[in-house]
Write a protein that binds this ligand. Structure first.
Ligand SMILES: C[S@@+](CC[C@H](N)C(=O)[O-])C[C@H]1O[C@@H](n2cnc3c(N)ncnc32)[C@H](O)[C@@H]1O
Length: 218
């Protein structure tokens, strides 16, 4: 039987009860939090997609009491972890888990829209391109004008990998699932953004050859 948790996380997660701990989150959570603080709204409603263990949500929501952060994941084990992190964090501004699969045309949070921000960390390369398509379409439907979509992960630029490690990672992703792969900012995402009335506002270099990318809804 396939080990679904490995397919989702691409790394062994540690566990304490229902709470999962991701080694990569321990390495990148401060850099991502700082980028988020610099680039995204400090108040209002934020919807996180593909929240994984729930650690990023807990970490960023604790630093931003002015936002209402809602997180979730289509994966049940991730949702259990998110629920446990939310329960132990005791943060009034953190809620979830939702079960949004962005490749679906209805997300179930339409009545709570518009959102001030949508965030997805390390998701679109570990999913078929339909996830990126659905994410941009959803951002177009559910963000307020001026609202922002924040993405973090490895990206190629104009068809070229930005580092040998990203090229190797791309090959490894494709060997696990041919539909996965590092997405290209100009060739894959720019057309989706254009179709969704989203404009690329910021591209910030992050440690380990990753980027934080922000799109603004017009
Ligand atoms: C590599 S994990 C990253 C988790 C977390 N954001 C982090 O950085 O630790 C990718 C997550 O995206 C979720 N995911 C995959 N396809 C998705 C989809 N179509 N819609 C929403 N989430 C999805 C997976 O369930 C998984 O939890």
């Amino acid at each position: 039987m396939t080990d679904r948790s490995k397919e989702i996380a691409l790394e062994a997660r540690n566990a304490a009860g229902e709470k999962l701990f991701s080694p990569s989150v321990a390495r990148n959570r401060d850099a991502i939090k700082n980028a988020f603080l610099e680039l995204m709204p400090q108040r209002g409603a934020i919807l996180e997609i593909g929240g994984g263990t729930g650690e990023h949500a807990t970490h960023i929501a604790a630093a931003l009491p002015g936002v209402r952060w809602r997180t979730g994941d289509p994966d049940p084990a991730s949702r259990s972890s998110i629920a446990a992190w939310i329960a132990s964090a005791g943060l009034e501004n953190l809620s979830g888990p939702h079960a949004i699969d962005v490749s679906q045309s209805v997300w179930g949070v339409e009545n709570d829209a518009p959102f001030d921000g949508i965030v997805s960390i390390n998701m679109i390369h570990i999913a078929p391109i339909a996830a990126a398509e659905g994410l941009f379409a959803g951002a177009s439907r559910l963000l307020r004008p001026g609202g922002k979509l924040f993405l973090y992960g490895p990206f190629s630029r104009n068809g070229i990998h930005t580092a040998p490690s990203n090229q190797a990672f791309d090959a490894s992703l494709k060997s696990r699932d041919a539909r996965w792969g590092v997405r290209d900012l100009e060739q894959d995402l720019a057309p989706l953004a254009q179709k969704s009335a989203l404009e690329c506002e910021a591209i910030v270099e992050m440690p380990a050859n990753n980027l934080s990318v922000v799109f603004r809804k017009s």
